[in-house]
Design a protein around this ligand. Structure first.
Ligand SMILES: [Zn+2]
Length: 165
């Protein structure tokens, strides 16, 4: 560690602000939105696997590139971040950013419209769509509820057919 040079003292005396701008939490979140294999998604995959359900990941040929696909049951699962996709069950999803409100409203509105379009495109192709929210993966009971939603649409005749991955 060297002592502060006279340069720093002079700058301080002139009232210069340091020119380092760290990314805000939201900017970091934004950079992470595209990342695949997020922790909540891994939690859901692990739980499905434990139930003996076979799945595929990120089928790019399907609308919205669903996070998890159970091809035998024609089920697609999206594991959605609460803030980004407007979760109605927790305050992360209903939070209104205070700064740049117009930008964020447009951004989140666009996400929701895209989500809606993906769901209708998928159902139009005969797929059942299940949405699992990030907040559900953080709570054991809620996660069980989310898995029940998936199991409820699993085709019973095919259930014996799974688990051979
Ligand atoms: Zn939520």
């Amino acid at each position: 560690m060297s002592a502060k040079g006279s340069e720093g003292v002079a700058a301080g005396g002139l009232g210069f602000e340091p020119a380092i701008v760290l990314p805000t939490a939201k900017q970091r979140q934004m950079a992470a939105i595209r990342t695949r294999h997020t922790a909540p998604e891994l939690i859901v995959r692990k739980a499905l696997h434990a139930k003996g359900l076979r799945f595929r990941l990120h089928r790019r040929d399907l609308p919205g590139c669903p996070d998890i696909v159970l091809p035998g049951h024609r089920i697609t699962v999206f594991v959605h971040g609460c803030f980004w996709h407007g979760c109605a069950m927790c305050d992360r999803g209903t939070r209104q950013p205070k700064s740049n409100a117009a930008f964020w409203m447009a951004k989140l509105d666009g996400n929701r419209r895209r989500d809606d379009r993906n769901v209708s495109d998928l159902t139009g192709l005969g797929w059942t769509v299940v949405i699992v929210w990030d907040c559900e993966t953080r709570n054991r009971e809620k996660l069980a509820g989310a898995l029940d939603r998936i199991r409820a649409v699993v085709r019973p005749c095919l259930e014996d057919d799974v688990g051979t991955a």
